[in-house]
Design a protein around this ligand. Structure first.
Ligand code: GTS
Length: 233
């Protein structure tokens, strides 16, 4: 048989690029979602060095106006920033499990709880980090307001108590199934660990849930995912 006649089967799915910082709490949300959906083989990673302020340089701002990570680049050159937008895209591609909800009710609850996890925990800790600690250093942190940062730290602690109350009555953040809402809280607690803001001792349900979450391979292996294909930008 002539090699020109060989049918190599269906076309391989297009590769995507994710620009991120491998250990970052926001990038973790996308990395965990990728692993839960076993889409890792369709993605290559490009590292953007936050500590050198690469995310604030014109080349990166051309990809994402907001100057934040992660950013997803599709094979047609489209850039999608914002974790929730990226994970919505990935969830719509194919494959179980569904992370953003199957029914209208599930979708509404997951969106609500993921937004709350951002507002009350993850984003609050991020503001604390950037305003009330040295953050990414003086070259990157050109404006800091420590009072605002400490208020956000307190908001995050209140958020942890709220989530603890939720997890006392249901197994996952948005109800009976693992979802993007859990992944957002995981991102929040990864950030809490980095800034040494422990979950209050009385939040036993949140602590037990987090211990369970850390057993998931998607959470455990999220940082090593990018090693073979690293392409610095
Ligand atoms: N709303 C954005 C999202 O959800 O994608 C926020 C993203 C974000 O803050 N990402 C962090 C960032 O770019 C990445 S990491 O700190 O988690 O690694 N921070 C840098 C900065 O200067 O804000």
């Amino acid at each position: 048989m002539n090699s020109d006649n060989i049918d190599f089967g269906a076309t391989k799915p297009a590769m995507m690029t994710i620009y991120d910082w491998p250990t970052g709490p926001y990038p973790a949300r996308v990395r965990i979602a990728l692993a839960e959906k076993t889409l890792q083989s369709r993605v290559r990673f490009g590292t953007v060095d936050l500590w050198k302020g690469e995310h604030k340089k014109p080349e990166f701002l051309a990809k994402n106006y907001s100057g934040t990570l992660p950013v997803l680049e599709l094979d047609d050159g489209t850039f999608i920033a914002e974790c929730t937008a990226i994970t919505e895209y990935l969830d719509a591609l194919d494959g179980a499990p569904t992370l953003t909800g199957r029914t209208p009710r599930e979708k509404g609850l997951i969106h609500m709880m993921s937004k709350r996890a951002e507002l009350e925990l993850l984003d609050a800790i991020s503001v604390y980090f950037h305003h009330a600690t040295p953050g990414l250093g003086p070259d990157v942190e050109t404006y800091q307001n420590a009072e605002w940062g400490f208020r956000q730290r307190d908001k995050a602690l209140k958020g942890m108590r709220y989530l603890d109350a939720i997890l006392k009555r249901q197994p996952f953040v948005a109800g009976e199934v693992f979802s993007m809402a859990d992944i957002t809280v995981i991102g929040g607690l990864i950030f809490a660990g980095l800034v040494k803001l422990p979950v209050p001792a009385e939040c036993g349900a949140l602590q037990a849930w987090y211990a369970r979450m850390q057993e998931r391979p998607s959470v455990k292996n999220r940082v090593t995912m990018s090693e073979p294909t690293e392409t610095p930008v």
